[in-house]
Design a protein around this ligand. Structure first.
Ligand code: TXA
Ligand code: MG
Length: 364
């Protein structure tokens, strides 16, 4: 057995026994990997069936060779992810797509031309027997994307296989937008984290299914519905993606992020915020707020400002970090200020409503 694999197995056993963990190395790469040695080390780990964390423009990913079942299995183990939740496959070259799918529909071509490399995952019909079975368990489709982050692209273009990569968080935590988040979640479990700084988009890619009659957005993300419709015309987006009607169990199949303290979505209204803070304090409890700079209030026990209201890109980019910051406080209640349901606001509210499990603070 190769070294990377061996270390991981040992580390797992040791973790269960509460003993020594494996060494997790963090290599600072910034926006470009200028050291061939870092790429060589990464290529070596992945080629031997190991896993590592790398920056993409959306969130950090946890990568493995998508053609090796053993390698992909380690992703599920490291994340503690349900094994029936499919992984996105990342490519560095357009030609790789043809090998992975039975056909590339015209809409997919238009979308790739317009948005790749970038935060758009396209679900197409999978060509059988190319990818490891555990990448898309039980499905006949595969979600593919070409990330635009120079480190991600540089790595992918040095490989002759695609990378299966979910977000590099432990299942149930917000996706990591900084290497430190990955370290918090996966220290001692993975051998290498490529630290490319804070990710630009800060929310995961948009997932669009082009195998249906009318293309369907399965998850709103970094590319907006408006942008997509300008290229391919009307697309469907399931109502539950954008409303606060979060599907409840048993329909809600997969674990999603939920903080320890109850989180309430609140409209961007200073008076309403003041009322909510007062209500929490009246119960002798403490409150953390995630919101725009403009609504900053000293009355809150913690206020995590994520950007100005007229800068949706900033608000989206800083949401996950702020949620992790809230989790690190002793707040009994978290309030998160809503964005408009348009543009990036769709993805923002999709993640926030899930974290809130549909809870809204409406006041009196
Ligand atoms: O921005 C992103 O997409 C990041 C970076 C690392 O690329 N990745 C990411 O992966 O968010 P993950 O595993 O956290 O989320 C992937 C989502 C899951 O909800 C999964 O159910 C869905 O994509 N998915 C994957 N393959 C699919 C398929 N064939 N059909 C429908 N949904 C699929
Ligand atoms: Mg994820």
């Amino acid at each position: 057995m190769d070294k990377a694999l061996k270390i991981i197995h040992i580390s797992k056993r040791n973790q269960q026994e509460g003993e020594l963990e494996m060494n997790t190395t963090v290599v600072h790469v910034g926006n470009y990997v200028d050291k061939d040695e870092t790429y060589a080390q990464s290529v070596d780990i992945l080629s031997k069936g190991g896993i590592l964390a790398f920056p993409t423009e959306t969130v950090y990913g946890l990568a493995a060779d998508a053609t090796k079942e053993q390698a992909v299995a380690q992703i599920f183990e490291a994340k503690g992810r349900p094994s029936d939740n499919p992984l996105i496959v990342h490519v560095g070259r357009m030609e790789q797509v043809e090998a992975l799918v039975t056909d590339v529909p015209e809409t997919a071509r238009q979308l790739m031309d317009a948005f790749w490399p970038g935060p758009l995952t396209i679900v197409m019909r999978m060509r059988p027997n190319v990818l490891a079975n555990n990448v898309t368990p039980g499905l006949e489709t595969v979600g593919i994307r070409m990330p635009s982050h120079p480190v991600a692209l540089g790595l992918l273009r040095r490989l002759d296989f695609p990378l299966a990569a979910p977000s590099a968080n432990r299942s149930g935590k917000p996706s990591p937008t900084e290497a430190s988040h990955v370290l918090t979640d996966l220290k001692g479990i993975i051998p290498l984290i490529l630290d490319g700084g804070s990710t630009d988009v800060g929310l995961e890619s948009t997932i669009i299914d082009v195998t249906t009659e009318e293309p369907t957005i399965l998850r709103p993300g970094g590319v907006t519905k408006e942008q997509i419709e300008r290229v391919i015309g009307p697309v469907k987006a399931d109502a539950h993606l954008t409303s606060d009607q979060v599907p409840r169990a048993p329909g809600m199949k997969y674990m999603h992020y939920a903080p320890d303290a109850p989180l309430f979505v609140i409209e961007p209204d200073a008076a309403l915020l003041a009322e909510a803070v007062q209500e929490v304090h009246a119960k002798g409890q403490r409150v953390a707020i995630v919101g725009p700079e403009e609504l900053h209030t000293e009355a809150a026990d913690w206020y995590f400002s994520i950007g100005q209201m007229d800068q949706p890109e900033k608000l989206a980019a800083h949401l996950y970090r702020a949620l992790r910051q809230c989790d690190a406080t002793e707040a009994d209640v978290i309030l998160a200020v809503a964005m408009e349901l348009e543009g990036l606001g769709l993805a923002f509210m999709n993640r926030l409503n899930k974290a809130a499990d549909g809870k809204h603070y409406v006041g009196e």
